[in-house]
Design a protein around this ligand. Structure first.
Ligand code: CU
Length: 170
């Protein structure tokens, strides 16, 4: 080990600078992250777990239970070429900056999908699928199943509240 005075002096100088930076930096950092300039606490983004299940409402398999569906699904009927499914829940509310951990459950023997403007997830039949999404922009964003036979009925909306509107809230 080198114990010459010059080496010891530079080691002490380095230590003093490091301690000074740590002492000054930490409190300022905390203030910026959790408080606005007027003292109102800023919203701290959450990680939210959301389970979405695809649910059959009026589908061909039900024709034996609901006889009117035979006419509805027939050529020229009100559901010609269509089946009615829903996302449950169909409205999801989060805050700008939140991370959503999606779990999609598709119990049917039909394929579905979950499509936002910037996310597309295929939902295979009788499978559980997961996806992660960061809600970077505030607004109301529609999501749909892109299977033509399920449009336009199979849809919902992701409501992303602005972080500014959630100041001081949880
Ligand atoms: Cu679908």
């Amino acid at each position: 080990m080198d114990l010459r005075p010059a080496t010891l002096r530079s080691a002490w100088t380095w230590l003093a600078i490091t301690l000074a930076v740590l002492a000054c930096g930490r409190p300022r950092d905390t203030t910026v992250r959790f408080q606005a300039s007027d003292g109102t606490p800023r919203y701290v983004p959450h990680v939210r777990a959301v389970t979405v299940t695809t649910v059959p409402l009026l589908v061909k398999e039900q024709q034996g239970v609901l006889p009117f569906l035979k006419e509805d699904f027939a050529r020229g009927g009100v559901l010609d070429g269509k089946e009615v499914y829903a996302f449950s829940p169909s409205t999801i509310t989060v805050v700008q900056g939140d991370t959503i951990h999606f779990t999609f459950i598709n119990p049917e023997d039909d394929v579905h999908s979950f499509v936002l403007p910037d996310l597309a997830v295929s939902l295979p039949a009788q499978k559980v699928t997961t996806a992660t999404y960061v809600a970077t922009h505030a607004g109301i964003f529609p999501f749909v199943c892109a299977i033509q036979a399920h449009l336009p009925m199979m849809l919902g909306q992701l409501v992303v509240l602005s972080a500014e509107s959630m100041r001081g809230a949880h």
